[in-house]
Write a protein that binds this ligand. Structure first.
Ligand SMILES: O=C(O)CCC(=O)C(=O)O
Ligand SMILES: [Fe+2]
Length: 201
């Protein structure tokens, strides 16, 4: 059953994808990972991120010494593969946006991976939401404020949960403190996958 929660303006659809839909989506992602393998970006400060990443769509999210940005190609030089139809369908069903996403960032969290508090602000138009789909192990998701710091609230995102970060909440800080490695059997080797879809330009 889908249970919709609103936390600080983020719409959280608990259990949006049932087990069959999760398995189908993971199957589609296998093709994406084959065409565009995961890599470990570094931050502008030269620190390697603990999350491994790749993308699908017209643009992929990328980071190195020059900072965060969108790139037209995977670091290997190949085009990013197309965004799976299943992902586009979820975007259309939940966002009401009149454009499809141009980037689906694939984040893979292994046992010790985390993502620090940040805003998603590399896109040109913040009137489009960011849609996030969680698969695999549980992840402790933290939501903060538009400014850095201040009080935060956390909740566990499980496999099949979908979050829409839009409207007045579009620029709230958020991050993932840790995952519960091995908590889900959806991914054979464990870990958590999070997909975030964005309209870029
Ligand atoms: O993994 C998550 O749930 C969030 C990912 C995220 O915030 C991002 O990729 O910008
Ligand atoms: Fe984010």
């Amino acid at each position: 059953m889908v249970n919709r929660i609103n936390l600080r303006g983020f719409d959280i659809y608990k259990g949006y994808l049932d087990a069959a839909a999760q398995a189908d989506l993971i199957g589609a992602l296998r093709g994406v990972l084959k065409a565009a393998p995961l890599f470990s970006p570094t931050t502008r400060f030269g620190k390697q991120m603990s999350v491994r990443m790749t993308s699908a769509g017209e643009y992929g999210w990328y980071s190195d010494a020059s900072g965060y940005r969108y790139e037209r190609r995977h670091p290997s030089g190949v085009d990013w593969p197309p965004i799976p139809d299943q992902v586009l369908q979820i975007w259309r069903d939940l966002t009401g946006a009149h454009r499809d996403p141009q980037c689906c960032l694939v984040n893979y969290y292994g046992e010790d991976a985390r993502m620090g508090m940040h805003q998603d602000r590399d896109e040109a138009d913040f009137s489009y939401p960011v849609l996030s789909i969680s698969l695999g192990d549980d992840g402790l998701f933290r939501i903060g404020n538009e400014d850095r710091g201040g009080r935060t609230e956390s909740l566990w995102l499980a496999s099949g949960d979908v979050v829409v970060m839009g409207g007045p909440a579009r620029l709230l800080h958020h991050g993932v403190d840790r995952i519960r490695f091995g908590s889900s059997r959806v991914m054979p080797k464990g870990g958590r996958i999070n997909l975030t879809c964005r309209v870029v330009d």
